[in-house]
Design a protein around this ligand. Structure first.
Ligand SMILES: Cc1ncc(C[n+]2csc(CCOP(=O)(O)OP(=O)(O)O)c2C)c(N)n1
Ligand code: SF4
Ligand SMILES: [Mg+2]
Length: 244
């Protein structure tokens, strides 16, 4: 039952993350998914960019690279090209993958490189003090938008689906579901993308009006519904996976 722990560097715990941060749940879900698929240090590499979530790669007991900000995807593509037998996983944040790294996402999706990208979407630049990211909701108050965010949040689903790749969405509240969609993505033979709605109370929740990290997680429970996989796309508040 606890065998997945061999995939983690337990000596590095506790993590550097704030109490109540969603990042640990994603690490646990990924480690369990990998363990169930027999992925380990002999056949799998994890690449991350910069950000709080970018620290995740270092907690895995396998080869990992903490790349420059925004450059996790091209590094992962390089590894996959050099050694196609490896399972290559990118694990990083919304700012890293969708802002500075957004162009790489577009082209990896177009090239259909066989890597899995797990984007931990806490709707904010957590590490640098809570500035608005491309996924910050419209009107949300953040350190860089004290009067409310004037731009709508990005929808990454169409970018992934436009190239007939697998897109999945889950939340840190729906832990078993999260693990299942990660497994689905890891088994996919083309480019796959998992968006995990996660919580950052320190950087996002406090200013956005939440009183406690738990409240953000309960919002995921309340607002996200399970979808059926035969749909052509997920609605805004649905969790599940789609591959056209
Ligand atoms: C080239 C460059 N620009 C800016 C930064 C500052 N920086 C570090 S992390 C980060 C944002 C991270 O946000 P996200 O990927 O959402 O991760 P989170 O901290 O929310 O997990 C930024 C802008 C940097 N390290 N390098
Ligand atoms: S600032 Fe946010 S994302 Fe970073 S460790 Fe703290 S809760 Fe997690
Ligand atoms: Mg973030």
């Amino acid at each position: 039952m606890q065998d997945y722990l061999t995939l983690l560097k337990l000596k590095k715990l506790p993590t550097t993350w704030c109490p109540g941060c969603g990042n640990g749940l994603v690490v646990k879900a990924l480690a369990q998914a990998m363990h169930e698929l027999k992925m380990n240090k002999h056949n799998t590499v994890i690449v991350s960019g910069i950000g709080c979530n970018g620290r995740s790669a270092g907690y895995f007991n396998l080869e990992s690279i903490h790349t420059l900000h925004g450059r996790a995807i091209p590094v992962a593509e390089g590894i996959k090209t050099a050694n196609p037998k490896l399972n290559v996983i990118v694990l990083s944040g919304d700012g890293d993958l969708l802002a500075i790294g957004g162009n790489h996402l577009l082209h990896a999706s177009r090239r259909k490189t066989n890597i899995t990208v797990i984007c931990v979407n806490n709707r904010i630049y957590g590490m640098t003090g809570g500035q608005a990211s491309p996924t910050t909701p419209l009107n949300a108050k953040t350190a860089s938008t004290p009067f409310g965010n004037e731009f709508p949040e990005i929808d990454v689903q169409p970018v992934v689906l436009a190239n007939n790749n697998l897109y999945a969405r889950s939340t840190v509240y729906h832990f078993d579901h999260l693990k299942q969609v990660i497994k689905k993505a890891l088994l996919d033979k083309e480019f796959s993308f998992v968006e995990v709605m996660s919580n950052c109370y320190q950087g996002y929740g406090k200013k956005a009006g939440y009183m406690h990290p738990y409240e953000i997680i309960m919002d995921f429970k309340k607002n996200y519904n399970m979808s059926r996989s035969h749909k052509k796309e997920l609605k805004k508040n649905e969790i599940g996976f789609v591959k056209k």
